[in-house]
Write a protein that binds this ligand. Structure first.
Ligand code: NDP
Length: 597
């Protein structure tokens, strides 16, 4: 690691200046929902909707959401002998985010060996260190087929209402397709990023050309396909892309090669470090793949991103690099001086170094010095989703590509003929919105349904003053119900599927126990829920989502989470501490905090 001399005060001032430039009064309200506002843009372009009769039967377990969460929980329940598992999914097949996001270049950002769940169980060997979307989507189907989850699944179906029937001790599930069936248990894994959003720009509905959101890519218009065939129909098109987040970083290199002209409208640059993707040879894989290897690799990755000093780094990538720097930095400090403040300072120093290298990379790889300068990210690495790509910055050297940097202001409006930014109209044939997904505190509105528990208690009411769970899984007053998501649990954003696999193991353990013992219900006690929330409060606090960061969805567009920081909380001692704790909890067989009846 070559040391770069850094003027910390100057850098902090620059970060603050760039943040202030982007602060705006309307926060998350600057966006509008793709679904509600532009329903014609939100239809499923990938699978025709099949007519079917409403379902009115009973299943043991119903899971809302057919992404990784539903698939992994379904798989684990099947392994535990629960045969009638029904997944309800709004898309036309399994996959969740990987069903919708078929834009060119879509790829996982975390190494496939740890990101793609249930590799050992399904016998799949990923083809690349960072698999592309078609392979991940195929893997979702593989899991569905392997565990027989297609049999009872309901696709193109949205849950409207979930209600606990105390007399019958079952959940009643009502859907957009007229279904009204019951389930003994429910799981909810609707994902944090499934409601696509558009910037609420004036004139957006008046544009006469073609427009779509990246999660509804229109290959009929662009030519090509998700597997990477050239988008030949763009050869005579002027294309604008709005947004430069993780999605845009992946699709811009493909657009740059196909479009006659590509205008990239940037409000805030992403930090784009090297990717170093490489094929995975079966030989190499058989060397590492002893039984239990995936769990070992996932835990090693989590441990490398934590506070300990793991002996080896199996995944060895951009995510673990920052953590390694922090540790190297800390090693210089005598253990007697390891205070929380000193650790945070060490983190900050490593971050400054890392970001300086990422900025230098932009300057080195982009031919035009002004463009290279405008692609530099001025914030700490975890202020926004870190990106890794080996062709993004170089895409700005393609003759067709032009960066329209808006100096933090963003596109101002859409006209009939194109995009208006920086006092100028840019005429285009097509506008692609790489504007992301809704991240709001209102999980009920995001999920599209409320949950009615015991005594008519609504989940929206239970969470009125912030999210309340034990282990991120259970809610008091909602028997036989499980959430599957990272918050108030490991909160491990660098590898979300790891959180899911862990929750699935816990759910399968609890449900197997309840079924074996003939219990009707299992529910967390109010005291156990509160005790867990109190425990979460004993940490240093969240290090992502703070308001010193430039605005983005991590920090609620600069507004911060206020009293709702619980929405961003995880185990106070880090992800591995949570996974180890849950392992002990499951193995103890005591089911501490839960009541079975
Ligand atoms: P993001 O929310 O990250 O990005 C939205 C982009 O739109 C930002 O660059 C934002 O700018 C920009 N924007 C919004 N309004 C305007 C405007 N008026 N003018 C110009 N630009 C505007 O969405 P993404 O779809 O890129 O990513 C969403 C998340 O999906 C990621 O953070 C990541 O978690 C996940 N993802 C994961 C991948 C993986 O491999 N695992 C790959 C891709 C995405 P600003 O930054 O200023 O707000």
């Amino acid at each position: 690691m070559n040391a770069i001399t850094i003027d910390k005060d100057a850098l902090k001032a620059k970060y603050a200046e760039e943040r202030d430039k982007r602060l705006r009064g309307d926060g998350s309200a600057q966006y509008v929902r793709l679904e509600s506002e532009f329903s014609d843009l939100a239809t499923d372009p990938y699978t025709p909707r099949k007519e079917r009769d409403p379902v009115t039967d009973h299943v043991t377990f119903a899971f809302i959401g057919g992404g990784f969460a539903g698939l992994v929980v379904g798989g684990r329940l099947k392994e535990a002998g629960i045969e009638d598992v029904r997944i309800i999914e709004k898309g036309g097949d399994f996959g969740g985010t990987w069903y919708w996001n078929r834009y060119p270049g879509a790829q996982c950002d975390t190494a496939s060996m740890i990101y793609m769940p249930l590799l050992e169980e399904t016998g799949h060997v990923p083809t690349e260190k960072y698999a592309h979307a078609p392979e991940i989507r195929d893997h979702c189907s593989r899991i569905g087929n392997h565990f027989g989850l297609y049999e009872k699944a309901l696709f193109h179906t949205e849950v409207n209402d979930l209600e606990w029937d105390e007399a019958q001790k079952v959940w009643i599930i009502r859907t957009s397709r007229g279904d009204a069936f019951t389930a003994k248990y429910i799981g909810m894994g609707t994902g944090p990023l499934h409601v696509a959003k558009l910037p609420g720009l004036p004139g957006i509905e008046n544009f006469k050309g073609k427009s779509f959101h990246t999660s509804r890519w229109d290959y009929a218009y662009t030519g090509g396909n998700p597997e990477g065939a050239p988008q030949d129909k763009l050869a005579d098109k002027r294309v604008a892309i709005i947004g430069t987040g993780a999605t845009a970083v992946q699709c811009i290199p493909h657009l740059a090669k196909s479009a006659k002209e590509l205008l990239v409208f940037q409000r805030t640059p992403s930090s784009v470090d090297r990717r170093d993707n490489a094929p995975i040879e079966e030989d190499w894989f058989s060397d590492v793949a002893e039984e239990g290897w995936q769990r070992k690799w996932q835990e090693n990755f989590a441990a490398n991103l934590g506070v300990g000093f793991p002996a080896e780094d199996l995944v060895n990538d951009g995510w673990t690099d920052l953590a390694k720097r922090v540790r190297a930095n800390l090693k210089e400090v005598p253990p007697s001086e390891w205070t929380p403040e000193r650790m945070l300072e060490s983190f900050e120093d490593s971050d400054f170094q890392k970001m300086e290298e990422i900025r230098q990379r932009a300057a080195e790889l982009v031919d035009d010095p002004d463009t290279g300068e405008n692609l530099k990210a001025w914030y700490r690495q975890l202020c926004k989703r870190p990106c890794f790509h080996d062709e993004y910055l170089q895409a700005f050297n393609e003759p067709a590509t032009r960066l329209i940097d808006t100096d933090g202001k963003g596109v101002e409006r859409i006209t009939e003929n194109g995009v208006y930014a920086g006092g100028q109209e840019y005429e285009v044939d097509c506008i692609i919105y790489a504007s992301g997904f809704e991240v709001s505190l209102d999980s009920v509105s995001r999920a599209g349904f409320d949950v009615t528990g015991k005594g008519g208690l609504k989940l929206s009411r239970h969470w009125e003053e912030g999210m309340r769970t034990r282990h991120g899984l259970h809610m008091a007053g909602f028997p036989n119900a499980f959430m599957v998501q990272p918050t108030q649990a490991a909160n491990f954003i660098a590898n979300v599927p790891h959180n899911i696999v862990d929750h699935a193991d816990t759910i399968a353990t609890i449900v197997s126990h309840a079924e074996r013992q003939g219990h009707q219900t299992v529910e967390v006690t109010a005291e156990a829920e509160q005790a867990w929330l109190d425990f979460l409060d004993t940490g240093l606090g969240v290090n992502i989502g703070n308001t010193e960061c430039t605005p983005g969805y991590y920090n609620n567009e600069g507004v911060g989470w206020g009293d709702n920081t619980r929405f961003m909380q995880g185990h106070p001692h880090g992800a591995m501490a949570f996974f180890n704790y849950m392992d002990g909890w499951r193995k103890s067989g005591e089911f501490e905090g839960l009541e079975f009846r």
